[in-house]
Design a binder for this molecule. Structure first.
Ligand SMILES: [Zn+2]
Length: 358
């Protein structure tokens, strides 16, 4: 569950707040339905999703309706979703087969570097104060030569694959994150048919991800009310009913601490901060403990709170914790003959001070 470091004073938890596994919901291709249906479903349950978009097909609010394809979202809708905590990520600029493109350069359309750079640049221009750090390969296709370029622009990249991800992916694996696609039958007569598939998917999450403390990623495309599925010819559309059923189960599973539901970007940040976490003990006495938390990555990107546990003297019954100008009173607890407090810290170069609170 947790990793011991150096002298063992600080432990870092595998997943935040004692959760057992991680789960991300991702939605591809920038559909209008992601704003209309997915956003409202996720917001009802307080979950954040990752939306992989192609800037080329996203609509602008202009008075020229000829250029608008109503199947796709608008930039102001995506900006609003980002403000709510959802992740707007790159799915390349125009959804080509990236592995078949010439490398080219950032300014030349029809080249790999343009697709990687321009999609990120436009997202960051359209959404103020936002870092786009994650991409999904169109059609899931990529190769190791491509990965080298991907890592220049992105911290993580999602592809296909029917197994959950390790709780500590290597740098290579971060450029090849697996995601599970639900394949629907040709005939879906009633919402109950979809719910049978949901039961199977939940069994898969429990067996393949929760029991092994891994990170599972779902990939979905257009999401519509079951009654509207026959009106679209899009790839493997999901029903609102199925997604609501999933969120209902996820809500209970997260309340039981079995699963942490968050965006691909946030899970990526947590894992990298956790796996490269470092600290130094400044002072250690019976009355005071001073620890310097160290930054390993760009602090503008890696700003997700990390759950740590700190061993304090057994005689401390209440602890005053100061970090980053904030003070908190913590109640220590006993485990394995040690006394601990737990807290969430953004691991930037700062001093964490613990004092016995008398
Ligand atoms: Zn796609």
């Amino acid at each position: 569950m947790e990793r011991k470091l150096k002298d063992g004073t600080v432990l870092v938890n595998k997943w935040p707040n004692k959760k057992k596994s991680a789960f991300s919901m991702t939605f591809d291709d920038g559909f209008q339905a992601h704003y209309t249906h997915v956003r409202s479903i996720l917001n009802t349950y307080g979950f954040k999703g990752t939306f992989y978009i192609n800037p080329k097909t996203i609509n602008k609010r202009i008075n020229n309706f000829e250029d608008t394809d109503e199947r796709y979202a608008y930039w102001d809708q995506l900006a609003k979703m980002a403000r709510e905590g959802h992740e707007i990520a790159s799915h390349s600029f125009s959804h080509p087969h990236l592995n078949e493109m010439p490398i080219g350069d950032e300014k030349t359309r029809g080249t790999l570097l343009y697709e990687l750079y321009e999609s990120k640049r436009i997202i960051e221009e359209k959404i103020p104060n936002y870092n786009c750090i994650n991409i999904a390969y169109p059609y899931g296709f990529h190769n190791s030569q491509l990965d080298e370029y991907i890592s220049k622009y992105y911290e993580a990249a999602r592809s296909a694959g029917n197994t959950p991800n390790s709780s500590s992916p290597s740098e290579e694996e971060f450029l090849d994150l697996n995601s599970k696609l639900i394949l629907w039958r040709k005939t879906r007569e009633k919402p109950e048919d979809d719910l049978k598939k949901l039961k199977r998917f939940i069994r898969w999450i429990k067996k393949e991800s929760i029991s092994t403390e891994k990170w599972a990623i779902l990939v979905a495309h257009e999401v519509l009310p079951f009654s509207k599925l026959s009106t679209t010819d899009s790839f493997e559309p999901t029903s609102n009913e199925w997604l609501i059923g999933l969120c209902e189960w996820l809500k209970n599973a997260s309340e039981r601490d079995e699963i942490w539901v968050d965006t691909v970007a946030n899970v990526t940040k947590y894992i990298k901060e956790r796996d490269y976490f470092d600290y130094a003990i400044k002072t250690k006495s019976m009355n005071e403990l001073k620890i310097t938390i160290k930054t390993t990555f760009d602090p503008l990107i890696y700003n997700f709170p990390l759950t740590i546990e700190i061993i304090v003297p057994e005689s401390w019954h209440s602890v005053e914790l100061s970090y980053n100008g904030q003070k908190e009173i913590k109640k220590p607890y006993r485990r394995d003959n040690q006394t601990y407090i737990t807290t969430n810290v953004i691991p930037h170069d700062r001093l964490l001070t613990l004092k016995q609170n008398k």
